[in-house]
Design a protein around this ligand. Structure first.
Ligand SMILES: Cc1cc2nc3c(=O)[nH]c(=O)nc-3n(C[C@H](O)[C@H](O)[C@H](O)COP(=O)(O)OP(=O)(O)OC[C@H]3O[C@@H](n4cnc5c(N)ncnc54)[C@H](O)[C@@H]3O)c2cc1C
Length: 416
């Protein structure tokens, strides 16, 4: 996909999920524009699989997203010590190859150019400098380089290892098992996630919501093998391995506005545009790409305003989620954290869908808080005030030891 324009309307730095989606959607709405994507690596889109609830995305853009979707299931199930349940919420998965295939027609039409092996060292609102000293200019620039979330966030971690395996006999799963929390609880809240791709091909992922980001891949691999064994799934081959440590937003001092006037607006995971409780960023990437696609004129100011407004609205809307996360990480005993999710998944389908879509109503929030509380009330109240919580964590960050059951204060010290 190498081709360079004389002059691009928009330069996007980073050909990952957010960069490619933004270019794709913008060119759907404005086919006469020219977009150049600069990618540091040898290949655009990396080597990923991205899953999401279909209801996270509005119907218009979900329709547009169809070429990206490679697997689709009408529902999924969850398992907890007290109950198991199937939810009729449609679930979908796309991957790096399907994302590249989706944007290929734009490259062929001459409106999109993706230059790999082009690391940027300076990303300004209308110019980019490459490592080899080349300077490129455009009406506007977006920074989609991925990486760590902004330093205004105090984060916990969702860490996981996944093995895509082939089983000797059909494994018997016909829909995703989104969360099996009946497994032994360790390193915080632990569960197994399974995606059945074919009768004999399945992704098994061991996941922990943990205060620390240390990931011992061998230990996770052993637990995956043990889970397969307990389900009588004989593994013939491990076809693919993946691992990740995703940020969970526990508290955030201010909107992740990200860029200074001398920098291009930031999008994607590094801008903090991910679901606060799952760390997944595809729905946010789609929503922001859809907004940028609808801008009538592509200017640096219009882009800056659009991205900043998105960051502000997200920060406001997700206050409640951050409180739930504080309850998960700081108010519940590690061995009992699963109860927060057990309580959540007992709700109706509507509130669960709206939770993932980042669109909880007041009634949903009240429903979530009703019934027998999954954590002691006094502890939940202790973490309700976000500013006080942040101040406490800041004070503790000067202490030499971490406080068990609390968010490790050092986790939020990521670079901005
Ligand atoms: C194993 C794993 C599984 C995940 N699964 C899901 C999932 O199922 N659903 C979901 O919604 N989310 C998932 N996520 C989380 C999130 O969606 C991904 O991390 C997503 O790829 C983040 O998108 P992004 O555009 O911010 O960054 P990336 O997709 O990482 O893209 C950033 C790009 O910028 C490039 N780059 C970096 N520096 C430079 C530079 N200086 N110059 C030029 N290019 C540069 C990188 O090479 C990369 O290609 C997963 C994450 C991991 C790690």
């Amino acid at each position: 996909m190498q081709y360079t324009f004389e002059q691009a309307d928009l330069i996007i730095v980073g050909a990952g999920l957010s960069g490619l989606l933004t270019a794709w959607f913008r060119l759907i709405e404005h086919p006469a524009e020219r977009i150049l994507i600069l990618e540091a690596g040898p290949k655009a889109a990396g080597n990923h699989t991205w899953s999401f609830n279909s209801s996270d995305i509005d119907a218009h853009w979900l329709q547009r997203l169809q070429p990206f979707i490679v697997h689709h299931w009408p529902g999924y199930s969850v398992r907890f010590p007290r109950y198991s349940r199937r939810l009729p919420i449609s679930y979908a998965t796309g991957n790096s190859e399907s994302l590249l295939a989706a944007v290929r027609p734009l490259v062929q039409a001459g409106s999109l150019s993706v230059r790999t092996g082009s690391p940027a060292v300076l990303v300004e609102p209308t110019a980019v400098e490459l490592a080899d000293g080349t300077r490129l200019t455009a009406k506007a620039v977006l920074d989609a380089r991925g990486g760590r979330p902004p330093s205004s966030m105090l984060i916990g971690h969702q860490k996981f290892v996944g093995h895509r395996v082939r089983t000797r006999q059909p494994h018997g799963l016909v829909e995703p098992l989104l969360m099996d929390a009946t497994v032994e609880q360790r390193d915080g809240f632990r569960f197994i996630y399974c995606l059945p791709y074919t009768d004999t091909e399945l992704l098994i992922e061991d996941t922990c919501y943990s205060e620390n980001s240390a990931l011992n891949e061998n230990e996770f691999a052993e637990r995956i093998a043990e889970y397969a064994h307990n389900n009588a799934w004989e593994i013939l081959a491990v076809l693919h391995r993946e691992k990740g440590v995703l940020p969970i937003n526990v508290a955030q001092a201010r909107p992740a506005l990200g860029s200074r006037p001398s920098e291009a607006p930031r999008i994607g995971l590094a801008a903090g545009f991910f679901h606060p409780t799952t760390g997944y960023s595809l729905p946010d990437a789609v929503r922001l790409a859809a907004r940028i696609a609808k801008l009538p004129h592509l200017t640096r100011d219009a882009l800056f305003r659009s991205v900043s407004a998105y960051a502000r609205e997200k920060w406001q809307r997700e206050r409640f989620y951050r409180w739930l996360n504080r309850m998960l990480f700081s108010a519940a005993e590690p061995a009992h954290r699963y109860r927060v999710l057990e309580h959540f998944y007992a709700l109706g389908v509507g509130p669960i869908q709206r939770f993932y879509a980042g669109d909880l109503s007041l009634a949903d929030k009240l429903r979530l808080l009703s019934g027998r509380p999954p954590v002691p009330v006094w502890r939940a109240l202790q973490v309700i005030n976000e500013r006080k919580f942040l101040r406490r964590q800041k004070c503790r960050s000067s202490a030499p030891v971490d406080v068990p059951g609390n968010v490790n204060p050092h986790l939020g010290k990521e670079t901005d």
